[in-house]
Design a protein around this ligand. Structure first.
Ligand SMILES: Nc1ncnc2c1ncn2[C@@H]1O[C@H](COP(=O)(O)OP(=O)(O)OP(=O)(O)O)[C@@H](O)[C@H]1O
Ligand SMILES: [Mg+2]
Length: 346
């Protein structure tokens, strides 16, 4: 973790800028924003038309002069100015006024595990544009581990798997730090993409841009598990004719299409385990893997990991909120500092 707990305790608000959703925690007020990281812009005059849920609903349905943009991509802020404007609107005038009152506004933000200096700088600049005089960065894996209540500060191993939209990050933690971690650029978006590609190839069907999530749910919430109906009716547009068409798809084939990106995730877990010191692996066999992030909710993913690794697998409560709640806990001072000198010799 780059920032110390003491520095984090002095922060006034914390931001988790994700590829899919933006979340903001304000000290004393709790989670005040949890909205899609989307903005709709009028291309004629550059004005912001909508942000969050409203903007996301516009995706694929806009006239030529409205563009729906995602200022965060692959876990990194790619359009700093747009990210600032989006955050300002999501926070709202009232909350912005509360923050402006602080004499020396401090912010905390989580960044992906192996974020390069440029990506970290983009996050810092985004928050500086919002008025922050100082920005503390926290590894998203540590924030999420704290948020889901893992005993990160103890001298025993815990394994966390963060299943986000853009990436899956896996880490073994001990004594408040990361012992070993991997970031695989496969997340919920890649799973959605695999479903879209499958329907295009197998059924010559183009899906409306927002219907992939409903499709996953149309597999009757059974996701990767074979329970539920063997087929489902899907509406889309024919690739060749462009006309609306409905097809009955085989849910087993969709499950198969989802399996491909998941193999990369499994490889990442194996790599982390392989390079982990044996003492820590022994701890992990009892404790297992804690899944956090929105994609942890994909039905059957936990069961698949259980079978592949032979380890216990748990899904955190509200997995998508763990990282921001962890930051919040650090801001509020609810985290015990790590005692590095138990003998009191210093
Ligand atoms: N019930 C669900 N079943 C399957 N997938 C889900 C479910 N709910 C959310 N997701 C997926 O979780 C992802 C969003 O997770 P999360 O909010 O953790 O992402 P993020 O923090 O914005 O992304 P990242 O951390 O990668 O930048 C989306 O890709 C979404 O499709
Ligand atoms: Mg995230």
């Amino acid at each position: 973790m780059a920032a110390s707990l003491e520095q984090l305790r002095r922060c006034h608000f914390a931001v988790d800028l994700g590829a899919a959703r933006t979340r903001v925690y304000v000290k004393g007020a709790g989670l005040v924003v949890d909205q899609p990281s989307v903005a709709a812009v009028n291309t004629r005059n550059g004005a912001l038309i909508a942000v969050g849920e409203f903007a996301e609903r516009m995706t694929g349905r806009t006239p030529a002069y409205i563009r729906v943009v995602r200022p965060v991509s692959g876990g990194t802020v790619v359009d700093i100015e747009m990210a600032q404007r989006m955050l300002r609107h999501l926070l709202g005038e009232g909350m912005r006024r509360t923050l402006r009152r602080k004499t020396w506004l401090r912010a905390a933000a989580c960044t992906p595990h192996d974020a390069d200096p440029l990506a970290q700088r983009a996050t810092v600049e985004t928050l500086v544009g919002l008025g922050a005089r100082r920005v503390e960065l926290v590894d998203t894996l540590i924030a999420a581990a704290v948020g889901c209540g893992l005993p990160v500060e103890r001298a025993e191993a815990t394994m966390i798997m963060m299943c986000g939209a853009a990436a899956t990050q896996v880490a073994v933690l001990s004594l408040g730090s990361i012992v070993n971690a991997e970031r695989v650029p496969v997340g919920g978006e890649a799973i959605d993409h695999a479903i879209v590609q499958h329907l295009r190839q197998a059924h010559a069907l183009v899906l409306p841009s927002q219907s992939v999530r409903p499709l996953q749910l149309a597999l009757s919430g059974n996701g990767l598990t074979p329970q539920g109906p063997a087929s489902a009716e899907i509406h889309g547009r024919d690739v060749a004719t462009g006309l609306a068409r409905s097809v009955r798809i085989d849910t087993a084939a969709v499950r198969e299409a989802i399996q491909t990106p998941l193999t990369a995730v499994l490889d990442g877990i194996y790599r982390v385990l392989r390079e982990c010191p044996p003492d820590l692996v022994a701890d992990l066999v009892d404790r297992g893997i804690m899944m956090v992030g929105g994609s942890a909710l994909l039905p059957g993913l936990d069961q698949m990991l259980r079978e592949a690794t032979g380890m216990p697998v748990h899904i955190a409560e509200r997995p998508e909120l763990c990282a921001v709640q962890g930051l919040g806990a650090m801001l509020e001072g609810r985290i015990e500092p790590l005692i590095l000198d138990p003998l009191g010799t210093c």
